[in-house]
Design a protein around this ligand. Structure first.
Ligand code: GLC
Ligand code: CA
Length: 541
């Protein structure tokens, strides 16, 4: 009773291991490098790190093409290093979750290499084969820019194999009980190793059924529930976080009755935050949030602004997508599949007001926020790099060579550091930011601390108020004890807005950041003055 699961009041942080810190000068970030930087994350206030895949892989999808589930790629270090990382993370009262790629393997995985030999191979049925590419026609293609079909032909055995992502990522066949067992073994292996859970990749696509779009099938949910039951039995503190890029009605079932995922990314919310900045109309945010029905009490949304992928526009209408592309990705090469391959700060014109406004919403909405490495210092991107690599460049630590990321000769870095323009590491780096009390870094650090002091953000409910002004998003977050009032103004011009405040008459509003004077609400209406992109957050007493 009264127990709050740890992930409810945590702040998450996603980082690309290869991009964080290189400890041995080979140009690639590694496990020991991360160990050296754990104090940095602790200082920022991070509770849980999510590492995208670090398994051995041919790296044709940056590690999401796994060739071996039972170890880490040698370039990242040894398993001893990894165990030490876990020890050091836990010593700091932090947690670490890793990516679990369930849906597919690399075509270089030994299972697929065997399966290619044909139906007599014991591994053939580990994958989904067909004599014709005609099956499952209703399944959409996800990597639209590179793939023309979800089937690829295997010269060696004369069959087609099924793949929802790149054609070098064959889908595993979950109708095969052996596959289901194998992947459970993988989970237990890493839990035994000490990881605190998994961000589970591409979960909607595990099973295929004719006549469906092959997403969110009951069979998929059933298997995911089995995984959860297993985790629950052996490691009740460990979590499963779903990557299910779906509409609310299809996303909710991933929480089950509290017996499937602990957490799921809030994909429907994210693009609407960016859209509202351009339209100066917050109603799509309110509509989508109000349309998210309640989730089981132990479950939690994971809210985010950006991550390692393109800013996905799958969960908006085609018209909205066109609008978003026009506003945020005017150049064709900024687009990828159904999204925009840019980082947060460049998307927001490096405008501190806009960056802080979106973060103020991220930090105050019920749910758990997750930050993407580098966004806390406002890092830029490099759209000259292909695919999503432009948002995965080396972390900028200081003004020394290679941004302090690595002592390797610059041409040996896995990707160039950003060294030109407003986002160059000479200007944007941790050292400068952490010594400047007015920096984005200091502000974010302050907000993380505020969240920790006010558990209402992780646990509370939300109520939206429809504004007098379309640009004003205002809501309260409350539990039995605390109440917080949030105003986020998406307008680009100063404005006075008269609001009916009867609900709070007689109450005192205390600026949560302690910057504005405290005041008592003794009138029925208040004339609020907003400057462009201003947020105001008050504790109600
Ligand atoms: C997920 C990952 C993405 C990857 C894809 C295929 O969407 O976030 O980076 O390419 O799965 O594994
Ligand atoms: Ca290295």
């Amino acid at each position: 009773m009264g127990y709050t699961p740890w992930y409810k009041h945590a702040v998450f942080y996603e980082l690309y291991l290869k991009g964080f810190y290189d400890s041995n000068g080979d140009g690639i970030g590694d496990v020991r490098g991360l160990i050296e930087k754990l104090d940095y994350l602790q200082e920022l206030g991070i509770d849980c790190i999510w590492l995208p895949p670090i398994y051995p892989s041919p790296e044709r999808d940056d590690g999401y093409d796994v060739a071996d589930y039972y170890t880490i790629a040698p370039k990242y270090g040894t398993m001893q290093d990894f165990q030490e990382l876990l020890k050091e993370v836990h010593k700091r009262d932090m947690k670490l979750i890793i990516d679990l790629v369930l849906n597919h393997t690399s075509d270089q995985h030994p299972w697929f290499q065997e399966a290619k030999k044909g139906p007599t191979s014991p591994y053939f049925h580990y994958y989904v084969w067909s004599k014709t590419p005609e099956k499952y026609k209703e399944a959409r293609i996800i990597f639209l820019d590179t793939e023309t079909s979800n089937w690829a032909y295997c010269e060696e055995n004369g069959y087609y194999y099924w793949h929802r992502f790149y054609s070098h990522q064959p889908d595993l066949n979950y109708d095969n009980p052996e596959v289901r067992r194998e992947m459970k073994k993988v989970l237990l292996y890493w839990l035994d190793m000490g990881v605190d859970g998994f961000r589970v990749d591409a979960v909607p696509y595990l099973f295929e059924r004719e006549g469906t779009n092959c997403e969110n099938l009951p069979e998929t949910h059933e298997y995911l529930k089995e995984l959860r039951a297993m985790v629950e039995k052996h490691y009740p503190e460990a979590i499963l976080l779903a990557e299910a890029n779906q509409w609310p009605q299809d996303l909710l079932p991933y929480f089950g009755n509290g017996d499937e995922f602990h957490m799921a990314f809030n994909f429907p919310l994210m693009p609407r935050l960016f859209m509202a900045l351009k339209t100066r109309d917050v109603s799509p945010i309110v509509k989508i949030m109000e349309g998210l029905p309640e989730i089981p009490v132990q479950c939690q949304w994971c809210n985010f602004l950006r991550n390692h992928d393109e800013l996905t526009l799958e969960m908006v209408t085609p018209e909205e997508r066109e609008y978003m592309w026009k506003m945020y990705a005017p150049e064709k090469r900024m687009r990828l599949n159904l999204g925009i391959r840019r980082r947060l700060a460049p998307l927001l014109d490096n405008d501190q007001r806009k960056i802080r406004l979106l973060h103020s919403v991220l930090f105050t909405l019920p749910g758990t926020p997750i930050l993407y490495y580098g966004d806390e210092i406002g890092m830029g991107d490099n759209i000259a790099l292909p695919d999503r690599n432009g948002v995965r460049t080396p972390m900028q630590w200081n003004t020394s060579r290679n941004a302090g990321f690595s002592v390797a000769p610059p041409e040996r870095l896995y990707a160039p550091v950003i060294e030109k323009g407003d986002f160059s590491y000479q200007k944007v780096n941790v050292e400068i930011a952490s010594h400047d009390p007015s920096s984005l870094f200091s502000w974010i650090k302050g907000w993380i601390a505020l969240r920790k002091r006010n558990p209402v953000f992780g646990m509370g409910k939300i109520e939206f108020f429809s504004g007098k002004d379309p640009a004003l998003l205002w809501y309260r977050v409350y539990d039995g004890k605390e109440e917080v009032l949030v105003f986020a103004f998406f307008g680009d011009m100063e404005k006075e807005i008269v609001l009916d405040m009867r609900q709070w008459q007689g109450k005192t509003l205390i600026d949560i950041e302690g910057k504005k004077p405290t005041f008592s609400l003794n009138k029925e209406t208040v004339v609020w003055k907003f400057s462009p992109y201003e947020y105001k957050v008050f504790l109600v007493k």
